[in-house]
Design a protein around this ligand. Structure first.
Ligand SMILES: Cc1ncc(COP(=O)(O)O)c(C=O)c1O
Length: 425
């Protein structure tokens, strides 16, 4: 009988990891209060809960003018539009990210210019950015991935030199800090998702942090059907002109939930950070595992997903085999995102999207050379869920024991790998 759960043995962890999102009576009371008030929606924008959320979120990140909206995809489209970026402009995005980072520029009419990531942290590589800048480049969207932050000093220096707008995709980086400055307050914009899996959530939602009150007023107008808004994104200002906009407002019910989430956030973030430090220590003993490198300027880490890399040769198996076996052991894990050139959805001949069809030369995915993103997505990356880091030291110990057990039984697992791949595909 095999020791491995995936081959019929017993699981390392039988108890489920803590559920997400966390909720208690405070969430019920907050939603009930909004329901009883009769002010459910986001119109007129911002409602009282939305305005309070904007204030508290900017305080939490340590700066900027916050404009809450429908999700963390529209935030990036709105940022580009507020900055006057659109048709035919190039926007540099990393090759290893959720597809929204590239689809948002296309929704604004801009071209996502896909560049490779730094193998040390899987975030946008400033050297690749520098090479990609052309006279058509108007913006850069660095993604702070998993629990890492892109090199904001290098990216901001390039942006200043070439007069580019920087939109930090902070969907994974609530509470993170770079040189003591909050993620999303370093670039011209910080885009945050409040979608269900995120570490601050309201089910669906997003917040755009803007560097200036003028940009925030524009963003608020774009998401409120073009109605003019006061500087900072506050109330409607009928003395100003309308612009083209649509409805991407956040509902008051969602804002109320986010306000309770903000109260809980510091303790949760602290716990995840402490447990992740323990995980670093434990994993560093295992042959074939490479921890991603934390930049010393990344002063506060925030954990959406804990990502590490394996050397398949040295570790003894490919990352998909490890992840399949880990899941069976009761440790929730994932091989992570596809490299952007594997996303078929942007291919001109498959999509009727305006941008890929108008500029197909930017979407020649078969000939794109993105070795670092491809290595991460095809062989190396292992993503651990955030709840592993909210289950005390035992939560981490179980994950580490499972990894060791799987590595010890590599030969048996590799022999079964082809069959397992077919079964779990
Ligand atoms: C890196 C990244 N950017 C953007 C988004 C989009 O956020 P939303 O789902 O709120 O639209 C997500 C996740 O969903 C993400 O992981």
């Amino acid at each position: 009988m095999s020791e491995l759960a995936i081959l019929g043995g017993s699981k390392t962890r039988t108890e489920p990891y803590p559920a997400w999102p966390v909720w208690d009576q405070r969430d019920i009371d907050a939603v009930t209060e909004v329901i009883k008030s009769g002010r459910w929606g986001g119109y007129p924008y911002p409602g009282p809960k939305t305005a309070e959320l904007a204030k508290k979120f900017a305080e939490m990140q340590g700066g900027g003018y916050a404009v809450p909206m429908a999700n963390g995809t529209i935030t990036m489209e709105v940022a580009l539009r507020a900055a006057g970026i659109g048709w035919g402009d190039e926007v540099i995005v990393p090759a290893y990210t959720f597809q929204a980072t590239a689809s948002a520029p296309m929704a604004a009419g801009a071209i996502p210019f896909i560049v490779d990531v730094d193998p040390n942290n899987y975030c946008l590589d400033p050297k690749a950015v520098e090479k990609a800048i052309t006279p058509k480049t108007k913006a850069i969207i660095p993604v702070h991935l998993g629990s890492n932050m892109a090199d904001m000093d290098a990216i901001m220096a390039l942006a200043e030199q070439h007069d580019l707008i920087v939109i930090e995709d902070c969907a994974h980086a609530h509470g993170a800090k770079w040189n003591g400055r909050g993620a999303g307050t370093i670039g011209h914009f910080g885009s945050f998702s409040l979608q269900s899996s995120k570490t601050l959530t309201t089910g669906e939602g997003g917040i755009l942090l803007c560097r200036t009150p003028e940009l925030a007023a524009k963003a608020a107008s774009i998401i409120d059907c073009g109605r003019p808004h006061a500087l900072g994104g506050g109330e409607e200002d009928s003395t100003q002109e309308f612009q083209v906009g649509s409805n991407f407002r956040l509902s008051e019910i969602a804002a109320a939930l986010a306000l309770v989430g903000i109260e809980r956030f510091p303790a949760q973030a602290k716990e995840r950070e402490a447990m992740a430090a323990y995980m670093d220590e434990s994993l560093s003993e295992i042959k074939g595992i490479r921890l991603l490198k934390r930049d010393e300027r990344h002063t506060t880490r925030s954990f959406y997903r804990y990502i590490f890399a394996i050397d398949p040769q040295e570790f003894g198996m490919e990352h998909d085999v490890l992840v399949g076996a880990l899941d069976a052991e009761g440790i929730e894990s994932w091989t992570g995102y596809e490299a952007m050139n594997n996303y078929t959805l942007f291919q001109p001949h498959k999509s009727k999207l305006a941008v890929p069809n108008a500029f197909p030369e930017y979407f020649d995915f078969e000939n794109m050379n993105l070795p670092e993103a491809q290595r991460a997505c095809e062989h190396e990356a292992v993503w651990l869920d955030e709840n592993i880091f909210r289950a005390g030291p035992k939560g981490v110990d179980d994950a580490v024991s499972a990894i060791k057990k799987i590595q010890k039984n590599a030969a048996e697992l590799n022999a079964a790998a082809e069959e397992l791949r077919k079964k779990y595909k």
